[in-house]
Design a binder for this molecule. Structure first.
Ligand SMILES: [Zn+2]
Length: 148
């Protein structure tokens, strides 16, 4: 059985089978089978607000032909994209980061791909990621005698 990447992403984000089935227009039985195959526990009843914000995220994205995602939702005057849920404003990047990694970003989550304003989960880095990248560059420079 081949597990769709978007199904796997939502399963890892902790959404219930039925929610995923509804969001992605797939059979809930297939979602349950994918969950079992990935070895993930059943989602607990009573969803956390965070999961619901992620749920809303998926209704505001549009996949592009070249493997990225664009935001179709709210954009403020300064160009910040995101959504409001439960009195909190979440940027689209922050939600994408959380879906991809299962944790909140440290500092800003920003796209790392070339697609401008990309919101595809997995295409973002936070401050920790950027610092790690710098350390690797510095290490590389120290080993090979090149400045990063
Ligand atoms: Zn991208």
């Amino acid at each position: 059985m081949k597990i769709r990447a978007d199904v796997a992403e939502l399963l890892r984000a902790g959404l219930p089978d039925r929610t995923i089935a509804r969001e992605l227009h797939v059979d809930a039985k297939n979602v349950a089978a994918a969950r079992e195959r990935l070895g993930l526990p059943k989602a607990k009843p009573g969803r956390k607000p965070a999961a619901a914000a992620e749920d809303l995220f998926w209704r505001r994205v549009q996949p592009t032909d070249d493997g990225h995602m664009e935001w179709t939702g709210y954009r403020d005057k300064s160009g910040v994209i995101g959504l409001r849920h439960g009195g909190t404003f979440y940027t689209a990047y922050r939600l994408a980061f959380r879906i991809a990694t299962g944790r909140d970003p440290e500092g800003y989550a920003l796209p790392t791909c070339e697609h401008e304003h990309c919101v595809k989960p997995g295409h973002h880095a936070d401050r920790l990621d950027r610092e790690r990248e710098q350390r690797v560059d510095a290490l590389y420079g120290a080993i090979f005698g090149q400045s990063a």
